[in-house]
Design a protein around this ligand. Structure first.
Ligand code: SAM
Length: 393
């Protein structure tokens, strides 16, 4: 087994791996309703393993309870800017073939940022122009994705060899091999790259690690100026600014769930193998304490608002929610804006003030659209929200 990996990826659920949670990929198949499951017994002609450009190579699980489970390398070296290679089960690969249908959109690449050395952090990404709040600044595509159970179910040495092959088959293997490696426990180069840079993703319902060579250059900050959004149909990630970013400013994302206090953040980031030196962590003890106090207060008020609503005290819930809305910008917690407007809509809905309920429901949806979490507000979305309120969701 790849012992050094064991338990690690799953244990990192509170870490940056949670940044992206993919929805199930659409089950499109060029072969009809039932996608063709292929493995290393399929062949021997390239058309037999098309649309993959290389014949799959597989390893069997050594787990007695799952003797037939196998993981194979599926590569399409012509996909996207550097090719795509997936180490997964033949079933997941068949189910995910629609990814190859999506043409890589690289229009934003290189336009608004460059990768440079950042003292104390290795490489990093800086803005080459002013970037406006919520503007998309980077789109990137997975080069390598690996089923997390692969790391525990196959013999270590063979597993490392399969990962080497997976990387070698890319059109640009260096885009993976040259990524940062700062993990002290990794026994292999690609394992180190994965441990330092991989995002958690779901492919065909199963957890995978995915490497995005450009996004992986973005350093962490506890109060970042950018955030990531996953594009499930293409195994892509887009990065957008969470506030205006100045020319020359470093672009940062959070590897953790946003809003945690300093002690929780430091503990989690140490698991990632580094001590955080972002602006917030480098500020004075008084500033860190003030930020922690605000984060605790936001957390407490959010719970109190729910309680007030549950206790049938709508005006109290409204007052508390407005307090939360005032505090969120101070900690850069923009992902929580929409939730507050939805809560206000819920209170007015409870008070049977249809006009105000609709107004705040729309604001909540508009915020999600502005932040790029939904592509647009569709007719009927507000009604969906009413149904959610009726069902108590
Ligand atoms: C995903 S990589 C980011 C890009 C990396 N700096 C590089 O050179 O490719 C994560 C690694 O960058 C460094 N890093 C990222 N954010 C940091 C921070 N806030 N403080 C210190 N080091 C950081 C750590 O070495 C971490 O393991």
């Amino acid at each position: 087994m790849l012992d050094v990996w064991e338990g690690r990826m799953e244990g990192e659920e509170d870490g940056r791996l949670l940044l992206l949670s993919l929805s199930h990929l659409p089950g499109y198949s060029p072969f009809g309703e039932c996608p063709l499951v292929i493995d290393d017994s399929t062949g021997p002609h390239p058309t037999d393993w098309s649309p993959w450009t290389h014949r799959p190579k597989c390893l069997y699980s050594r787990e007695i309870s799952e003797p037939d489970k196998r993981f194979c390398v599926f590569t399409n070296s012509r996909h996207g800017p550097r090719g795509l290679t997936i180490v997964t089960t033949p079933e997941s690969a068949a189910d995910s073939i629609a990814i190859l249908n999506e043409l890589a959109n690289v229009t934003t690449r290189g336009l608004s940022y460059k990768i440079i050395d950042i003292p104390g952090k290795g490489k990093g990404v800086v803005a080459t122009r002013h970037i406006s709040r919520y503007e998309e600044l980077m789109v990137d595509y997975a080069a390598l994705a690996v089923d997390i159970s692969f790391t525990t179910l196959v013999p270590a040495r063979d597993g490392y060899r399969l990962l080497q092959l997976a990387t070698k088959q890319l059109s640009d293997p260096d885009s993976v091999l040259n990524l940062g490696q700062s993990n002290a426990f990794a026994a292999d180069v690609i394992e180190n790259v994965l441990r330092t840079n991989a995002f958690h993703t779901i492919l065909s319902g199963a957890p995978h690690m995915a490497l995005y060579p450009e996004v992986s250059r973005i350093n962490h900050a506890c109060k970042p100026n950018a955030y990531t959004r996953f594009i499930p149909q293409s195994l892509g990630v887009s990065v957008a600014a969470s506030r205006d970013i100045k020319l020359g400013e470093e672009i940062t994302i959070s590897y953790l769930t946003v809003g945690e206090t300093s002690d929780v953040r430091q503990r989690s980031l140490r698991q990632w193998g580094f001590e955080c030196s972002c602006d917030l962590c480098s500020s004075s003890a008084a500033e860190v304490a003030a930020s922690d106090a605000r984060r605790r207060q936001i957390d407490m008020l959010r719970h109190q608002a729910v309680q007030a609503f549950t206790d049938g005290k709508p005006y109290q819930a409204l007052r508390i929610t407005r307090q939360v809305l005032n505090l969120l910008p101070l900690e850069g917690l923009f992902p929580l804006y929409s939730e507050q407007y939805e809560n206000i809509a819920r209170v007015y809905w409870m008070l049977r003030d249809r006009e105000k309920a609709e107004k705040y429901a729309r604001i909540s949806l508009d915020v999600l659209a502005e932040q790029g979490y939904i592509s647009r507000v569709r007719p009927g979305d507000v009604e969906i929200m009413w149904n959610k309120f009726v069902e108590g969701g």
